[in-house]
Write a protein that binds this ligand. Structure first.
Ligand code: PDD
Length: 288
């Protein structure tokens, strides 16, 4: 039984005592949105960026709520002992007490949050980072991937396809263009320039993606947000994926073929170091 403390609708309680209605629209229709936020040494990493995206997702699906999310999550992390935790926050439209497609604006949203331990990827050093193997496959998702919805069935099926092929992730292709991974954004490096699919409703605006572009700009590393075709992967010097819980990870094999010479690339190493420094500054409050 999971005895971790979770947050549910205003209460902090052990996970095995938390209950929601079987008519909750999150359960019946995936009528809900979520965030995954890493906390290192008890401090939220890019917390404001996650909360801004949550506000965007809530607005997009027309759930109106007023909560002090930072206070709720900080308290949850502290009740779970602080340290390095990944916090999951889900808000569903709530329950009408019966199953009905149509909803009513007066419904009380269900707010749920829990934590699980994560490794501090940046404390370990680049040699500890496992490069990824990926497959390239069709993007089966809806056309509002900018909303962080819990409707993740296409992501799950495709990830499973990748796992069964001995890979860690899948890169998705729609209308002849690469979008992102099942739970990560995508980057390609060619001749010292970073390329990433441009923001649109076809991809999630990743907080880690945004940080990579910020760090690139601050450090004079050129980047472009562009349309990328899958055949461009074959000529890439480096390919990376990014997400909050994994950071920036080199992709070393695509559909069984090595990326360039199959080793972690120099620009990835540089970006990893910039991330480590950024995280250190955030944790210690140092400005340099
Ligand atoms: N996933 N794209 C998709 C489809 C994602 O699900 C995620 C994150 C990202 C990266 O976003 P960020 O850098 O803000 O984590 C991109 C989280 C980690 C998840 O679903 O668990």
């Amino acid at each position: 039984m999971n005895k971790d403390i979770v947050y549910l609708n205003g209460e902090y309680l052990p996970a095995d005592r938390a209950q929601i209605s079987v008519f909750d629209r999150g359960f019946l229709f995936a009528d809900s949105v979520y965030e995954v936020i890493p906390y290192y040494q008890g401090v939220g990493f890019r917390l404001q960026q996650h909360l801004d995206r949550l506000a965007y997702s809530l607005r997009a699906i027309r759930i109106e709520t007023e909560y002090d999310w930072a206070a709720i999550l900080d308290e949850l992390v502290s009740r779970n002992g602080g340290g390095n935790l990944s916090v999951y926050l889900q808000i569903s439209r709530g329950s009408a007490g019966y199953r009905t497609h149509a909803y009513d604006d007066r419904m009380q949203p269900t707010v749920f949050a829990c934590c699980s331990p994560i490794r501090d990827i940046y404390a370990d050093g680049p040699e500890q980072v496992q490069g990824f193997k990926v497959i390239v496959t069709a993007d089966l998702r809806w056309h509002r991937c900018d909303i962080k919805s819990t409707g993740l069935l296409p992501n799950i099926l495709v990830l499973q396809q990748a796992r069964e092929a001995g890979a860690d992730e899948a890169l998705l292709v729609r209308d002849g263009l690469l979008s992102e991974g099942t739970s990560c954004n995508l980057f390609l490096v060619r001749q010292g320039v970073i390329y990433t699919p441009k923001r649109s409703s076809e991809i999630l605006g990743g907080t880690t993606r945004e940080l990579i572009l910020e760090l690139a700009a601050e450090n004079g590393i050129p980047y472009q947000e562009v349309d990328l075709r899958p055949d461009e992967l074959a000529g890439a010097d480096e390919v990376w994926i990014s997400s909050s819980t994994r950071g920036v990870v080199p992709v070393l094999e695509i559909d069984g073929c090595p990326v360039a010479d199959g080793a972690r690339g120099p620009l990835w190493q540089r970006m990893f170091t910039l991330f480590t420094r950024f995280q250190h500054r955030l944790m210690t409050g140092e400005s340099s």
